[in-house]
Design a protein around this ligand. Structure first.
Ligand code: PBG
Length: 329
């Protein structure tokens, strides 16, 4: 199929000569409306704690969180994703589903002060359990079915506080179906589920575990998160979540898994979200700090690649930077 003439008749460089022509033929763009900002909420007031491995990202109390969320909204970011770090942790992560837990408080405050902002909550126990695992522990094993009822309570408590979307990231089997039923049964049929369908056991979550104080106290998460080597398994996970009632699917991490984003995009008709995780963010910062790469360009190149692969939306710690860039034109 000769769609292009051969050299010298066709010279691809003609379309790269200057910025106006490059803009007109550009296939992919990442703007404020494509991104979601993750936020970490801690108890108290007036508190803002820097996370050393994630420059520019803080843990904040609800009042400070409102400022960050308001800034994001003002810049055109449509939504935020909330993670909570409770005052105290226990075996069953009970602060995770407490009516007055940190996330539940943050959701209520956001919905009261910034009703137009989409509020997504992470549903997982690891930030709330003393052992740092994503579920109930028996010996050294995370037991699936006992964990599900706690996740149900957590999702319902987030929805009751006003969350628009709940995002289960625990990787227990059957969770999407159980959350859908629990939400519907409690009068929250309008609350959507963004499932972390394809979540790999990844070294790139390192900085997040400092941010969320959720490092497992023993073992690792390979018993429930996916093996980096597997792509066909991603299709099974996505298919299961769709059959159980997921509204949107997520692939995580993003940049090392562009093939998976593309696969899920092609094989399903569901919205695909990608999570540019803490390690992806930290790597760019670390190299930029040493003067080895240009932060702004590396950030945009990574994000454009994630979107080009097929992501409809990207969860990124750079959400405000992306939105600010759009403002500057
Ligand atoms: C909770 C959760 C994790 C992330 C999002 N939700 C960490 C993990 O599974 O250990 C990682 C996000 C990031 O690295 O930015 N289970």
């Amino acid at each position: 199929m000769a769609i292009h003439g051969e050299f010298p008749a066709y010279r691809p460089r003609r379309l790269r000569r200057n910025e106006p022509i490059r803009r007109l033929v550009r296939e992919t763009e990442v703007t404020a409306s494509d991104v979601i900002l993750p936020l970490f909420v801690i108890p108290g007031t007036g508190r803002r704690k820097a996370i050393s491995s994630m420059p520019g990202v803080d843990q904040t109390s609800v009042d400070e969180l409102l400022r960050d969320a308001e800034e994001a909204l003002r810049l055109g970011v449509p939504g935020v994703l909330l993670f909570g770090i409770p005052e105290s942790k226990d075996e069953l992560g009970s602060e995770g589903y407490a009516e007055n837990g940190v996330v539940q408080q943050a959701v209520r405050a956001l919905k009261r002060e910034l009703p137009e902002l989409l509020v997504i909550t992470d549903v997982c126990l690891c930030e709330y359990t003393s052992h740092g695992h994503c579920g109930v522990i028996e010996g050294e094993c995370v037991v699936n079915d006992q964990t599900l009822s706690l996740l149900e309570r957590m999702a319902v408590s987030h929805a009751a506080a006003g969350a628009d979307v709940v995002a289960p990231s625990d990787m227990m089997d059957g969770r999407v179906g159980r959350l859908r039923a629990a939400l519907d049964g409690n009068g929250f049929s309008e609350t959507s589920i963004l499932s972390y369908s394809v979540k790999y056991a990844s070294a790139f979550y390192g900085p997040f575990r400092e941010a969320a104080e959720s490092t497992p106290q023993f073992g690792d998460r390979r018993g429930y998160q996916m093996d980096a080597a597997n792509a066909r398994e991603a299709l099974r996970e996505a298919a299961l979540d769709i059959s159980e009632g997921a509204d949107m699917l997520m692939v995580k991490p993003a940049l090392p898994y562009l093939d998976i984003i593309q696969l899920i995009r092609r094989e399903t008709s569901y919205p695909v979200f990608a999570y540019q995780v803490s390690g992806e963010f930290a790597m760019i910062h670390a190299a930029a700090e040493r003067g080895w790469i240009d932060l702004d360009r590396a950030m945009m190149e990574a994000l454009v690649s994630i979107k080009r692969a097929g992501a409809d939306a990207i969860i990124t710690y750079y959400a405000r930077e992306v939105a600010r860039r759009g403002r500057q034109g």
